[in-house]
Design a protein around this ligand. Structure first.
Ligand SMILES: Cc1ncc(COP(=O)(O)O)c(C=O)c1O
Length: 390
């Protein structure tokens, strides 16, 4: 059976049985709700990753990671970026982390001006709004501009004003969650110019970078100009695209000499949380996981078409944002919201999605739908969403 056939055959019973968080919510009658919320995929992972993990298990290789393994991860990540995005950072400047959110914490606590507010364009992945206050930093929400096609754009004037008012970090998720936006090179150049003018920092969260769709190409922020390299603190991981978040391993890419000097004193502890199996899995994903990834992105494009066509037929007032990257669809259901948020009504109908308001001020009336599941499950999601019109 091909991978697509295996994914087509996924059933809700089987997915509930696996026991992951994504499939634990219940509908109004206590039956399992379709899991379209937590950002992970129902596709397992690549054979190359499974092979690497089997070898780790056979060797019983569960000890602390060696310096050589860290270096191999840096090489594999740099080679992947060169191959896929046309930019190769110095492998020695790619460091292990436990996860990408730890990268955000470091960007704020170690690489930005003490006490300065953090700019979060919204709608935004929920922890972006929670992490700065937990570190004693204020969040400045910066709603994205939208054009007639629903395309998102950074409000550069508002960004400039926020930096002028004292903010020192911009959180730039590219591709965006939940927007699905893949920034164009010229947009990144413009953002870097604004940040550099204020000698500010950009936390470039590129965790979804391998998951670009419909022919879009990811452009690493740090690669676009000297200003971008200087302002960037980049974090990435194989964890979204190869579905490995439980293995707790990510990468921090430092393209600013001052940050590298600071890393010399904080790096040992900062890298300590990356797991040995996770390092091996990330290396395998970057080195040999591309064929599986391409099957995934191709399948996701089909799932998105199914959602788009299904919504056009059942909920013609719904507005699906262009899905350029990620497997997270951002849908404006405000025409169907009253009374209350559409996410609550969808859960009653047996579809568990993320409620728009949790992504910030711009999220009211919206939902985020995770499309990384079987085609039949997506069809069922669309079918049940039709209840909103009734
Ligand atoms: C944009 C973005 N950043 C970070 C994360 C979390 O990554 P990690 O588990 O590596 O902290 C997610 C998870 O969905 C995400 O979508």
């Amino acid at each position: 059976m091909s991978l697509h056939e295996q994914w087509d055959a996924l059933t809700t019973e089987e997915l509930v049985e696996r026991g992951g968080l994504k499939w634990t919510l219940k509908d109004a009658r206590g039956r399992p709700a379709l899991g379209a919320w937590v950002a992970e995929m129902d596709f397992g992972t690549a054979p190359a990753v499974l092979g690497a993990l089997r070898e780790v298990t056979e060797r019983g290789d569960f000890g602390y990671a060696s310096e050589a393994l860290h270096e191999r991860m840096g090489e594999a990540a740099a080679d992947w970026m060169a191959h896929r995005y046309g930019w190769r950072p110095e492998p020695a400047h790619v460091h292990p982390l436990a996860d990408v959110i730890q990268g955000m914490v470091l960007a704020i606590t170690e690489f930005s001006r003490p006490g300065a507010p953090v700019i979060v364009p919204t709608p935004a992945y929920m922890p972006f709004l929670d992490v700065p206050p937990s570190l004693g930093r204020q969040v400045l929400q910066l709603p994205f501009l939208r054009d007639a096609d629903g395309d998102f754009a950074m409000d550069l004037d508002a960004l400039d004003a926020a930096f002028a008012a004292g903010a020192d970090v911009l959180v730039l998720a590219n591709p965006g969650n939940p927007t699905g936006k893949v920034f164009r090179r010229e947009e990144l150049v413009a953002i870097a110019e604004v940040a550099a003018r204020h000698d500010a920092r950009v936390f470039a969260d590129e965790i979804h970078a391998p998951l670009t769709l419909h022919g879009r190409r990811h452009v690493p922020y740090a690669s676009v100009s000297p200003e971008a390299a200087r302002t960037a603190v980049t974090a990435m991981s194989a964890s979204k695209a190869w579905n490995l978040p439980g293995l707790k391993t990510a990468q921090l890419v430092l393209t600013n000499a001052r940050d590298r000097a600071r890393w010399a004193s904080i790096g040992f502890m900062a890298s300590h949380g990356a797991s040995t199996p996770g390092l091996h899995a990330n290396i395998a994903a970057y080195a040999a996981g591309e064929p599986w990834l391409n099957e995934v992105t191709n399948y996701l494009e089909g799932n998105e078409r199914l959602l788009r066509d299904g919504l056009a037929a059942a909920l013609p007032e719904a507005r699906l944002a262009p899905l350029e990257g990620t497997y997270l669809a951002w849908v404006d259901l405000s025409a169907y919201a009253a009374p209350g948020e559409p996410a609550d009504r969808l859960l009653e109908s047996g579809v568990a999605v993320n409620a728009g308001p949790s992504f910030g001020l711009a999220g009211a009336g919206h939902v985020r739908i995770n499309l990384a599941t079987g085609r039949g499950v997506v069809a069922e999601i669309v079918e049940r969403m039709g209840a909103l019109a009734r």
